[in-house]
Design a protein around this ligand. Structure first.
Ligand SMILES: Nc1ncnc2c1ncn2[C@@H]1O[C@H](COP(=O)(O)OP(=O)(O)OP(=O)(O)O)[C@@H](O)[C@H]1O
Ligand SMILES: [Mg+2]
Length: 376
């Protein structure tokens, strides 16, 4: 009898220790899940979030409860849905054991986040699928850096091409233009054709001029300039075109706007490009607003606000790529050159747009190139 009791006590002790060990192990797993720096989730076969950790909440912007009420489909970017679902089906079918995808989620605030998704499937002892384990890493910054690199590589290639072509094409073009002007003075009967020839030659010349900005970055001269004067010159330059299109250009320049160190002609070229695009986006007329104000101690912010056709979301990331134009007569170089110039000035350009409502281009420039250099 005593032996029996002793055996029971020993067994009970062992069970307690095993139970305790299991509880500790559970707790360790729960903590590893909760505190993981990588977003983690257990997801049902239909896509519902069963368990999510705080890193995933931070990546997506949703609280735990909010995520648990969602499916992964509802936060997946519509263009990545098919691929993601196809992979999960392959997992369930046992064709693959896990998959890794670079894809997009939509953050709670509506912006796109790039994520690296890693998914595997947990099965029961009969090999039936139970749930997915997903690991999610935010790779938005890396993607943006890659995108910038891709754009700047394209820019370099175009720049090199420009250096060669621009020089060769410009001289014969000047000769052609001279002869057309001569003929315009002499041939009354051909004025229509000659005007057309002149406008085409001027179009080619405009392309070449923009190419040359890329080809000659060393020609930049930074000087202290009054932005208000530059803006009013540029607005005056475009005003005839604007009036012809029933567009009003209005400016709101802060009284305390500091002078900035810039290459006047280049900044003018950027502003002209911005205004031309704004005018071209408003065939039905409307208002273009230019604002300029101080931004902190070291920067100024210039905004071009139009009421034009707007730019679709998926087109925005392509802006600034060479020859990216949807205009019959556009070269698709205006923004590329503008981006390049602003980059040389250590500034930034940001675009916000709503289709059918309008577009806002925000340019931020350092007041002094020196201040910026000292700060890094
Ligand atoms: N304010 C704007 N509103 C709507 N779309 C715009 C605006 N600015 C730029 N875009 C879009 O971006 C494209 C690229 O602009 P970009 O200035 O580089 O080239 P472009 O105007 O087509 O040609 P160009 O080289 O003659 O300027 C345009 O074709 C247009 O579709
Ligand atoms: Mg343009």
């Amino acid at each position: 009898m005593a032996e029996k009791i002793e055996a029971v006590i020993v067994r009970k002790g062992t069970e307690d220790r095993v139970g305790q060990a299991l509880r500790e192990s559970d707790e360790r797993f729960r903590k590893a899940f909760d505190y993981s720096a990588i977003g983690m989730a257990l997801v049902s076969l239909s896509g519902r979030f069963l368990k999510v950790n705080s890193a995933l909440c931070e990546i997506t912007g949703y609280g735990e409860e909010e995520l648990l009420a969602k499916t992964f489909q509802t936060i997946t970017h519509v263009d990545d849905m098919v691929e993601e679902v196809a992979y999960t089906q392959k997992l369930i079918a046992g064709e693959i054991h896990h998959f890794t995808l670079e894809m997009r989620y939509i953050h709670k605030c509506g912006r796109i986040i790039w994520i690296l998704l890693n998914v595997s499937l947990v099965r029961d002892e009969c090999d039936s699928p139970l749930y997915f384990i997903a690991q999610i890493q935010d790779i938005t910054e890396r993607k943006q850096a890659e995108e910038m690199l891709r754009k700047s590589e394209k820019l370099n290639a175009v720049g090199q091409l420009a250096a060669g072509v621009a020089h060769e094409v410009r001289n014969p073009l000047t000769v052609l233009k001279g002869f057309i002007q001569l003929m315009q003075a002499q041939r009354e009967d051909e004025q229509g054709h000659l005007a057309l020839m002149m406008s085409e030659v001027e179009h080619i010349e405009a392309i070449i001029t923009e190419f040359l900005v890329l080809a000659k970055p060393q020609a930049i001269r930074f000087q202290s300039n009054d932005l208000a004067t530059i803006i009013s010159h540029v607005a005056a330059l475009i005003s005839t075109r604007a009036v012809m299109n029933s567009i009003q250009i209005s400016t709101r320049i802060a009284a305390d706007l500091p002078h900035i160190e810039c290459d006047e002609n280049q900044i003018k070229q950027v502003f002209v490009n911005m205004l031309q695009n704004a005018v071209e986006s408003m065939p039905g007329g409307g208002l273009i607003m230019i604002t300029a104000a101080r931004l902190g101690k070291d920067h100024v912010q210039i905004r071009f606000i139009d009421e034009g056709c707007g730019i679709a979301k998926e087109r925005i990331s392509h802006l600034g790529e060479p020859f990216y134009s949807n205009k019959e007569k556009g070269t698709g170089l205006g923004l590329m050159v503008s981006y390049k110039i602003i980059e040389t000035h250590k500034g930034t350009i940001k675009v916000e747009s709503r289709v059918g409502k309008g577009t806002v281009f925000t340019i931020i420039l350092p007041v002094s190139q020196l201040v910026k250099k000292q700060h890094g």
